[in-house]
Ligand binder design. Structure first.
Ligand SMILES: Nc1ncnc2c1ncn2[C@@H]1O[C@H](COP(=O)(O)OP(=O)(O)OP(=O)(O)O)[C@@H](O)[C@H]1O
Length: 255
């Protein structure tokens, strides 16, 4: 399923946050959104997910959802928001509770996503026993359990240390390579954007506009941290962002 943003603008009261965003997140690809602090990345993601309505313009879902889709749009946030009183398995099971599924179907989905995210041996563990990386795996497993048409990810790795981030990036690439999903992925981190994005949409400072969409052709599974082509793309992204980021930073200090 594609998610299409049609000339969307958004304001909070008198604060214009997004201006005339026209963008497609194509089915089966990961679209990264980068931009200076406060430019409206999370707001755009929330509009895409239907948590807010744009002040003007529209958001459309186009095409058929994947087979077995229980929720078309699912979020993964920076903070994992796991249920502390439920085990890993219980946390995943929870999102299936209000869907009409047999017990066997439910068990199959839970076992499948726990295996895909490397959590099969941790099914009985409690969130408090898990490292940050493992907790975020649970959040990803929970999101995948509903077989979403589009996975909306808001800085999912930014609370993690750099080594864990690297491992989870490899996990996400593995998950996508084995079973391609559609995702919109907000990040501050350009290295993450060039590792995970089939395309990277660069936003201007607030009110956020799309400055440019940079496509990256290297297959995800062939991307390495020190790949010179990716370093070149990352430098290009930084050249697009640098002045906007400096101005956004000044705006926050002055404001
Ligand atoms: N619910 C809200 N009510 C009022 N203002 C809001 C609300 N949510 C966000 N804002 C403001 O809208 C602007 C854009 O916020 P948003 O979180 O979308 O930006 P962002 O690019 O994701 O920021 P960051 O990179 O810092 O995470 C900011 O100035 C923020 O303070």
């Amino acid at each position: 399923m594609d998610i299409r943003v049609r000339h969307a603008s958004h304001a909070y009261g008198g604060l214009a946050v997004l201006s005339d965003i026209d963008l497609v997140a194509p089915a089966g690809k990961i679209l990264c959104l980068v931009g200076p602090s406060g430019c409206g990345k999370s707001t755009l993601l929330r509009l895409m997910g239907g948590l807010e309505r744009p002040t003007s313009g529209a958001i459309e879902l186009v095409g058929a959802p994947p087979s077995g889709c229980l929720n078309e749009l699912t979020f993964v946030f920076q903070h994992f928001a796991l249920l502390p009183w439920a085990s890993v398995e219980g946390n995943v099971r929870f999102v299936l509770d209000h869907h009409r599924l047999s017990e066997a179907e439910r068990a199959e989905i839970v076992a499948d996503v726990l295996a895909r995210t490397g959590l099969a041996d941790f099914a009985e563990a409690w969130p408090r026993q898990l490292s940050g990386g493992m907790r975020q795996r649970v959040a990803i497993a929970r999101a995948l359990a509903v077989r979403p048409a589009v996975l909306l990810m808001d800085e999912p790795l930014s609370a993690l240390d750099s080594q864990t981030r690297e491992i989870l990036m490899e996990d996400l690439v593995g998950l996508w390579t084995r079973a391609p999903f559609t995702a919109v992925y907000v990040t501050h981190n350009l290295a993450e954007a060039v590792r995970l994005g089939h395309a990277v949409a660069v936003m201007s400072r607030r009110p956020g506009r799309i400055r440019e969409i940079v496509a990256i052709d290297t297959p995800l599974s062939e991307r390495r941290p020190d790949d010179p082509e990716l370093e070149r793309v990352q430098a290009r992204l930084w050249s697009l962002l640098r002045d906007e980021a400096i101005d956004a930073d000044r705006e926050l200090v002055d404001g």
